[in-house]
Design a protein around this ligand. Structure first.
Ligand SMILES: NC(=O)c1ccc[n+]([C@@H]2O[C@H](COP(=O)([O-])OP(=O)(O)OC[C@H]3O[C@@H](n4cnc5c(N)ncnc54)[C@H](OP(=O)(O)O)[C@@H]3O)[C@@H](O)[C@H]2O)c1
Length: 322
């Protein structure tokens, strides 16, 4: 089998495309022929040594993908060879043959192709957590969505609009405005310096927004606080791009509620995984949720996908194709 491994922590050049011995699935595992593996910022965090340090190098990167079942281990009841499946939060997806625990798999419905399924697992489930559970958007709410043309941002914008909210998107360059608009953003601000709050407050009628979704690093943090209305909610979610450092709770303004939203808290059982992804798949089949695949790369070019994502030039989902 072929795989992209990291041999050490570091930049994209720490990744290597290698040949590895293929193994048979053991109890509870499913061997999948990978059609598409998703690229996430989390993979960059793992590469930089911020997560999964307990797994020794060389390790295969990637946490999601879609493909076809090749073989199942003992005790696997709900999957059979030939079936199309997708998975999330399972290490080792940058490969042409992934070994996935059956509990992390979902069947892909007929109306959804493999690349679309791979694109919606991590970022779609994350966006659905943010807008339906962490802060359940109500009709008429105004939300500030950072990185609004990115993988999470485009899906979050659409889910907020489906729930009747308004979206002010923030992007880093003017060429992303049309992309964020196409997903439904009502206004789009271009900023990389953390100077967006005044415009956000103006666009929200002088009161500020009901909710901020911010995974964009330390530079946006203060502006996001300043963009909120009284009793607004700050959904912080960007461990890889970094946070504001230690916070004095008494310095927080306007009775706001602030928290670190994690995909994993939304999807902590196989039943929840099936329910949440079922809703996303339904929206896609009905045409309510559009998946924008920004770029696909051959699996061997995973390092290039990482460099592109870090350059802030990408939009939508990045996929690796074995
Ligand atoms: N908490 C969770 O459960 C969870 C789950 C998934 C992802 N995340 C976090 O969400 C963030 C986005 O990850 P993703 O995988 O979903 O990718 P993504 O949404 O496609 O993110 C790419 C976007 O990030 C922005 N960006 C890239 N480099 C940046 C930098 N150096 N500084 C500031 N912004 C930068 C860019 O937007 P602009 O250039 O337009 O600003 C780009 O469009 C990451 O911080 C990741 O850790 C958290």
């Amino acid at each position: 089998m072929k795989a992209v491994v990291m041999n050490r922590t570091g930049g994209p050049d720490a990744l290597e495309f290698v040949e590895r011995p293929e193994t048979a699935p053991t109890s509870g595992q499913v061997l999948v022929e990978v059609a598409a593996a998703g690229v996430n910022f989390m993979d960059i965090g793992v590469r930089q040594g911020m997560a999964w340090t307990e797994t020794p190098n060389p390790k295969v990167l990637g946490v999601e993908g879609a493909g076809r079942v090749l073989a199942v281990g003992d005790g696997v009841e709900h999957f059979r060879p030939g079936q199309r499946v997708a998975w999330v939060y399972t290490p080792g997806s940058y490969t042409d043959r992934a070994m996935v625990p059956a509990d992390a798999l979902v069947p892909i419905p007929d109306g959804i192709d493999d690349r679309t399924a791979a694109s919606v697992m991590m970022q779609g489930l994350t966006a659905s957590h943010f807008a339906t559970e962490f802060y359940p958007v109500q009709p008429g709410d105004v939300a500030l969505v950072h990185a609004a043309a990115g993988g999470v941002g485009l899906l979050l914008t659409q889910i907020i609009k489906l729930r009747g909210g308004h979206v002010i998107g923030r992007v880093s360059s003017a060429d992303k405005i049309a992309v964020a608009r196409e997903a439904g953003a009502d206004h789009v601000i271009v900023d990389t310096e953390g100077r967006f709050a005044e415009e956000v407050v103006r666009l929200s009628g002088g009161e500020g927004v009901h909710v901020v979704y911010d995974g964009s690093g330390p530079k946006t943090f203060q502006g996001s606080l300043d963009s909120l209305r009284r009793s607004g909610t700050f959904c912080w979610y960007g461990p890889v791009l970094g946070g504001p450092g230690p916070l004095d709770i008494m310095s927080l303004p306007k009775s706001i509620k602030i928290g670190y939203a994690r995909f994993f808290d939304h999807i902590h059982t196989p039943a929840l995984l099936r329910a949440r992804i079922g809703q996303l798949f339904d929206w896609i089949v009905k045409g309510d949720l559009k998946i924008r695949i920004g770029r696909v790369y051959p699996l061997a070019e995973a390092a290039c996908a990482h460099a592109d994502m870090e350059s802030r030039a990408t939009t939508g989902k990045l996929l690796l194709i074995p």
